[in-house]
Design a protein around this ligand. Structure first.
Ligand SMILES: Nc1ncnc2c1ncn2[C@@H]1O[C@H](COP(=O)(O)OP(=O)(O)OP(=O)(O)O)[C@@H](O)[C@H]1O
Ligand SMILES: [Mg+2]
Length: 233
């Protein structure tokens, strides 16, 4: 029997209603993401990329259609159930790094482990291991404000990895970074992908798209392109 895709969207739509306005932001999205893929999501501003990423990562729910994770339908709209799915399967990185300014770098990374019943010492040790992994072993006791933007984004990536997610979602991870620093983040994603992490990255940055192995293009809430790098256009 063929294995189920890691994530499957089947005819998913998303409608936002503001006052009397009904805005159909995603239309008939059908998509399979397999374990180990490195997928870039591109498209003009307002095309629905972040909305799609949020649905893929169970940060938001579809208005219609089906969402399956490892073949199991996730029909729940309950926040607690969605949070459980996120904690167990997903890590997130955003354009603004969302680090807590009063905590050290290692404390920031250790934070998502609080609910796993690990002792503080173990949490900090794992945080330090992950910080070494992203090239920041000498900055564990610093405050985020003492680090450059690229380093802060690496802290955010380490934090996203603490619960060993099956999928790392990133929304414009290089959007606030200069070109050279952005390149470091792209290289790190390449390494994570080579190690088997599934990556889904929303980006305007053509360099990210070059490194990804599959590029989805959205326009007006519809998938208009789904290309594997190395294939003819
Ligand atoms: N919570 C919301 N309520 C109402 N409309 C929304 C909401 N979130 C997004 N939208 C609308 O949905 C459309 C798609 O937004 P989305 O943020 O997914 O676009 P995007 O492709 O990520 O754009 P950008 O590249 O600018 O980040 C936009 O027109 C936006 O105004
Ligand atoms: Mg967006």
């Amino acid at each position: 029997m063929a294995q189920s895709p890691l994530i499957e969207l089947d005819d998913v739509g998303k409608v936002f209603i503001t006052g009397a306005l009904r805005h159909e932001v995603l239309k008939h999205i059908s998509l399979k993401i397999e374990e180990g893929e490195y997928l870039a999501l591109m498209g003009p501003s307002g095309s629905g990329k972040s909305t799609l990423l949020n649905i893929l990562g169970c940060l938001d729910v579809p208005s219609g259609g089906h969402y399956r994770l490892e073949g199991r339908e996730i029909a729940s709209r309950a926040d607690a159930e969605l949070a459980r799915v996120r904690n167990q399967f997903f890590g997130f990185v955003f354009q603004s790094f969302n680090l807590l300014g009063r905590y050290t770098v290692e404390e920031n990374v250790a934070l998502p482990m609080v609910y796993r019943g690990l002792a503080r010492r173990e949490r900090l040790q794992r945080a330090r291991d992950l910080l070494a992994r992203v090239g920041l072993k000498d900055f564990t006791r610093h405050l985020p404000s003492e680090l450059s933007g690229g380093m802060q984004q690496r802290v955010a990536i380490a934090r996203a990895l603490v619960n060993s997610p099956k999928v790392l979602f990133a929304d414009e991870p290089t959007g606030n970074l200069d070109s050279k620093t952005g390149q470091e983040i792209i290289s790190l994603f390449g390494e994570l992908s080579a190690e088997g992490t599934t990556l889904v990255v929303v980006t305007h940055d053509p360099r990210v798209a070059e490194h990804a192995r599959r590029v989805l293009t959205l326009i007006d809430g519809e998938i208009v392109g789904d290309k594997r790098n190395g294939e003819a256009a």
